[in-house]
Design a protein. Structure first.
Length: 323
């Protein structure tokens, strides 16, 4: 697996710190979801464990350590996170203190391959208070040759005492050109990539997950529904029923709001051209707020059809008044 253009510099920097013995006991790898933080942590773990990398940046890929890592059987590597509750068959909601105690006991044992031992803690913000406390002890008294990667998209949910004892690896969204190039590599049609990336706030991983789950088609459908509403081809109530009928309601509303933002930007740019434009932009912003409020209320057991049909009616009126 190759690293993306935004993972690679973080990989290089961390490996350089490791080679010059500056890599701390614990790394907090943080950044938005979907950017590939876990994959980066795994690539780093493999490199740290590699027996033949020497001064090279990359893991060799052929030594015993690399082979075992690839097979998921390296005795000096562990990845922990949210576990399945065997009684209920559902995922637990927190990482418990027993998991951390087990891991720390294991971490203190002699390494099987005489190299380092590496642990990845996935969704580290889910450590419960007891687990975080148990972890804190090892962060305060680091063991040589032992490396922890705490991976999280919600670093603020971790106790400040834990955060302050970690070195930080911060993964940010790449620039637009890099993100678009990456989406193209991942076979997202160019016609959709820009719109999906905008809606994902510049997060290419999130855009890709939407593209993969039919997001492009859904986006086009939302556009078409909004246009049909303005032309009186589809009624507001029919669109509301359709949008609320399956699990994609939230994403449809998000797309609708983003289409609204796009139009507001276009109208604002044209504001100088017509006296009615500023008023139109104001009304459009109110409409977007209404859509966003509706999105937030989706989790509540209310009837949403009347509210959404009302928004669709406003949309039709707005576009007929100002187009
Ligand atoms: Zn190797």
């Amino acid at each position: 697996m190759s690293l993306s253009a935004w993972q690679q510099p973080l990989f290089a920097r961390t490996v350089a710190a490791f080679r010059s013995h500056r890599l701390g006991h614990a790394q907090l790898l943080q950044g938005e979801a979907h950017l590939g933080k876990l994959a980066l942590a795994q690539a780093l773990a493999k490199r740290l464990l590699c027996q033949q990398a020497g001064d090279a940046e990359a893991a060799c890929g052929v030594c015993t350590a690399c082979q075992r890592f690839e097979q998921g059987s390296h005795g000096d590597f562990r990845q922990i996170g949210i576990e399945l509750n065997e009684k209920t068959g559902k995922l637990k909601t927190v990482i418990g203190v027993d998991q951390i105690r087990d891991m720390l006991e294991w971490l203190a044992l002699t390494a099987q391959l005489a190299g380092p031992r590496v642990v990845i803690i996935e969704t580290a913000h889910r450590l419960n208070p007891h687990a975080a406390n148990a972890l804190l002890k090892t962060l305060e008294e680091p063991m040589p040759g032992r490396y922890l990667f705490l991976v999280t998209d919600q670093p603020k949910a971790l106790p400040a005492t834990v955060r302050s004892r970690c070195q930080r690896i911060e993964m940010a969204c790449p620039d637009t050109a890099t993100a678009l190039a990456w989406l193209k590599q991942n076979r997202v049609p160019e016609a959709d990539a820009k719109a999906l990336l905008d809606m994902a706030g510049g997060n290419p991983g999130l855009a890709l997950s939407w593209a993969g789950s039919g997001g492009s088609a859904l986006y086009q459908e939302v556009r078409a529904d909004l246009a049909a509403c303005v032309k009186n081809q589809t009624g507001p109530a029919a669109i509301a029923r359709k949008w609320l009928a399956d699990e994609s309601t939230d994403l449809r509303l998000l797309f609708a709001a983003q289409i609204g933002y796009g139009l507001a930007r276009t109208w604002a740019a044209q504001a100088a051209g017509g006296a009615k434009r500023p008023q139109a932009v104001e009304r459009l912003k109110e409409w977007i707020d209404g859509i966003n409020r509706l999105r937030l209320s989706l989790s509540q057991p209310l009837r949403h059809d009347l509210g959404l049909a009302g928004r669709m009616l406003e949309w039709r009126q707005l576009l007929q008044d100002f187009r």
